[in-house]
Design a protein around this ligand. Structure first.
Ligand SMILES: [Zn+2]
Ligand SMILES: [Zn+2]
Ligand SMILES: [Zn+2]
Ligand SMILES: [Zn+2]
Ligand SMILES: [Zn+2]
Ligand SMILES: [Zn+2]
Ligand SMILES: [Zn+2]
Ligand SMILES: [Zn+2]
Length: 194
């Protein structure tokens, strides 16, 4: 410890000694209700903007009540996990998501992006290598459902469904996307698709 500090001559920088850890109750560096130097709090200039009921700086309780509009306070913007305004799987007020009433479009929910096997409801993952080294496919890990991904890059969640065989080409099939009008023909890429 600095010899001056031991003798009681601290080098005060506001409320805190710059040489040792000693603090004093003078010249605080107030930022609202809290001193940025020593951490002391005072009962003025609390910050209620993030939470009407609690100061965001010192956690002091406020008697103000939230003004709830469903799940969100109109004054401070705090959200709660009740009275959501659901539109499908998403709350229109706070963007909270729930795992029900998804808007399935292809194998993907168009609202939250969750995937689902159209056959059994299991999770869909990328299984590209099962078709060919270059093709990109998607499949269900649970029931074995597999389809080739739609070739339209703007088509989220679209997959190709077999629509018919080609006359004279026994190994070829015609396919089209379940979502958009992308389609084509090619070598049958999976037995289950025939
Ligand atoms: Zn000191
Ligand atoms: Zn201080
Ligand atoms: Zn405070
Ligand atoms: Zn509030
Ligand atoms: Zn909500
Ligand atoms: Zn969803
Ligand atoms: Zn499945
Ligand atoms: Zn498509």
């Amino acid at each position: 410890m600095n010899i001056k500090c031991i003798l009681g001559f601290h080098s005060w920088g506001g409320c805190k000694c710059t040489q040792c850890a000693k603090t004093r109750d003078e010249e605080h560096g107030w930022n609202g209700c809290k001193c940025t130097k020593c951490g002391k709090t005072r009962d003025e200039q609390h910050d209620w903007t993030k939470d009407c009921e609690k100061c965001s700086k010192c956690a002091k309780h406020n008697d103000e009540q939230h003004d709830w509009n469903g799940c969100k306070c109109t004054k401070c913007g705090k959200t709660r996990d009740e009275q959501h305004k659901w539109d499908g799987c998403k709350c229109t007020i706070c963007d909270e998501e729930r795992d029900s009433q998804h808007s399935w479009d292809g194998y993907q929910c168009s609202q939250c992006g969750k995937t689902r096997c159209p056959k059994c409801g299991g999770a869909v993952t990328r299984v590209g290598s099962l078709f060919s080294s270059s093709g990109s496919g998607y499949g269900c890990t649970k029931c074995g459902w597999r389809r080739r991904k739609c070739g339209n890059t703007n088509c989220e969640g679209g997959y190709l469904e077999y629509v018919g065989s080609l006359d004279g080409y026994p190994d070829c099939v015609a396919y089209s996307c379940v979502k958009c009008d992308w389609g084509g023909s090619g070598v049958a890429f999976h037995d289950k698709e025939k």
